[in-house]
Design a protein around this ligand. Structure first.
Ligand code: SAH
Length: 212
């Protein structure tokens, strides 16, 4: 059976208290979901949630929202939260294209993109999470001094992402083509599931941090 078809995952998600069921209703009032006014950081495409759950555990002073479009992978994150709940983390099952319906202007402090789908065909470039179309959406929700942190092992996607920065009106703050051998950028690095897998295969990990 393919993971994507795990039966009942949609029902389990609909019943979970760790999932925001109507995220559009939270737009502009996410502080109410968390019960405080701490900064909110979002991972788009969280997969099973290893990265965002570790971040949330390390930083109780920060709030986290994990976005994932596939129920079956999100379900893994929910199961981990049930075993070990974190008060400063919520999940949303959604397609990230609609992120501006869910967060208001300057509501987000930082966005993480980790090992985003490459969409290798040119005609699918708009679907890539670091594309100029998505950067425009992030611009609409991120604080003025907020940053985007992007990691991937995909060289073509990284090249594409670098070329999108200036046309979209952003600026490169930091970058490396070999994160695991870059002492400065490795400081406080939290490994993602894909990062562990691909770096153990010997692939270099690319990372940038961008701001406006
Ligand atoms: N961030 C995790 C998973 C990487 S795989 C890690 O680094 O280990 C990429 C994940 O992003 C997949 O689970 C995929 O379903 C999700 N994803 C890709 N595009 C998305 C989109 N547009 N909206 C929501 N989730 C997306």
């Amino acid at each position: 059976m393919r993971l994507r078809n795990i039966s009942g995952s949609r029902e389990a998600i609909a019943a979970s208290r760790y999932v925001i069921q109507e995220p559009e209703a939270m737009k502009g009032r996410w502080n109410e979901a968390f019960g405080n006014r701490r900064p909110i950081r979002v991972e788009i495409g969280m997969g099973k949630g290893r990265f965002i759950m570790e971040q949330a555990g390390l930083h109780p002073e920060i709030n986290y929202v994990g976005i994932e479009k596939y129920s079956s992978v999100l379900l893994r994150g929910i199961q981990k939260m049930e075993a070990d709940p974190l008060p400063n983390l919520f999940f949303i099952r959604m397609e990230a294209e609609y992120i501006t319906d869910v967060f208001g202007r300057e509501e987000v402090d930082r966005i993480y993109l980790n090992f985003s789908d490459p969409w290798p065909k040119d005609r699918h470039a708009k679907r890539r999470l670091p594309s100029r179309e998505f950067l425009q959406r992030y611009d609409a929700i991120l604080k003025k001094d907020g940053v985007i942190e992007f990691k991937t092992d995909n060289r073509e996607l990284f090249r594409f992402a670098l070329d999108e920065i200036e046309p979209a009106g952003w600026r490169l703050e930091q970058m490396t083509e070999d994160l695991h051998h870059d002492e400065r950028m490795m400081r406080d690095n939290v490994m993602t599931e894909y990062e562990e897998r691909f770096s153990s295969m010997g692939n270099p990990i690319y990372k940038y941090i961008i701001a406006r």
